[in-house]
Ligand binder design. Structure first.
Ligand SMILES: [Zn+2]
Length: 308
């Protein structure tokens, strides 16, 4: 047993036990791509290229969790996914059609089939790894589903590609698209600032939670999406992390940390691994909890107050 675990078991403050703190680090991961759905401003291929250009400009190696039915099951979308692997990024699996394992209508067998079907496509792409990201970060509404999927992943050699730093970039992306559809000339500055400030708030809050739960700064694994908002401003977001003094690591480096070997007992974990660990340990609603689970409501309300 490690000193930290012993101390944690005894409920002690552990900072004195720990080695000198390393720089806080983060790895970038993107879900739901490549998407062939149309958006304002950029075509699907342009959005894909903008994401890859931002990562390349900032020398970041990331992971793309492919929802095959969003495009990779067709030649055009397959080529966009292939571009990620060829640029040195990891290609993971995020199911065929993004079913919700917590839905009473979705069976374990059906969900496993979704993973297997998507694997038949991703396994032919450059950068393919057996990394699985749960849709909605939900592990199932029953023990049968949760344990059934855990067994299935283990038996098929898949890693549970946890998220520790959950963001609501998707919510701000919806707002961005709505605003642009209503007015193609809209000033996007407030949305850009809300996006950057949201990422910063979540990053700092999950860093604080990591210190509280693990007694240290874990390498965070951040969830973003393959969408317009990141296509426009990912480069700025990466720069903001650098300006905050954070180090960017590869997803592989981050997943090597022991925290990602845990399987929290709490059923219907959902969201960040850190929140699951907190719930498994009975932490309840700690200070700042609301802003970690609010789906970006805070930023959306602030934008509404500005007439957006
Ligand atoms: Zn998703």
């Amino acid at each position: 047993m490690k000193p930290r675990r012993i101390a944690a078991a005894l409920g002690l403050t552990v900072s004195a036990w720990l080695p000198a703190a390393q720089a806080q680090s983060v790895a970038f991961t993107f879900d739901d791509g490549p998407r062939l759905a149309e958006t304002p401003l950029l075509s699907p291929a342009q959005r894909n290229q903008a994401l890859l250009d931002a990562l390349s400009a900032q020398q970041v190696q990331a992971a793309l969790f492919v929802t095959c039915g969003n495009g990779a099951d067709r030649p055009q979308g397959y080529a966009l996914a292939q571009a990620w692997g060829r640029a040195g990024h990891v290609i993971g699996n995020h199911t065929m059609t993004h079913l919700d394992l917590n839905s009473a209508k979705v069976t374990l067998a059906q969900y496993q089939q979704e993973v297997a079907d998507c694997d038949r496509i991703t396994s032919t792409l450059a950068g393919y790894r057996k990394w699985f990201r749960y849709t909605y970060l939900r592990e199932g509404n029953t023990l049968e589903k949760r344990d059934g999927m855990r067994d299935y992943l283990r038996q098929s050699g898949y890693r549970d590609a946890y998220v520790s730093l959950d963001t609501s970039d998707w919510r701000l992306d919806e707002k961005l698209v709505d605003v642009l559809r209503a007015n193609a000339q809209a000033d996007l500055t407030p949305i850009r600032l809300a996006y950057l400030s949201h990422l910063r708030q979540r990053a700092e809050a999950y860093r604080d939670l990591s210190r509280q739960l693990e007694g240290r700064d874990i390498p965070q694994i951040m969830l973003l999406h393959h969408n317009l908002i990141n296509a426009l401003w990912l480069k700025d977001a990466i720069q903001q992390f650098k300006d905050m003094g954070w180090t960017i690591v590869t997803p592989e480096q981050a997943f090597a940390d022991a925290v990602y070997q845990q399987s929290p007992e709490k059923l219907v974990a959902g969201q960040s691994l850190l929140l699951s660990i907190a719930r498994s340990r009975g932490l309840g609603k700690f200070p700042g909890w609301e802003r970690l689970v609010d789906d970006g409501d805070f930023e959306i309300e602030a934008l509404k107050a500005r007439g957006l």
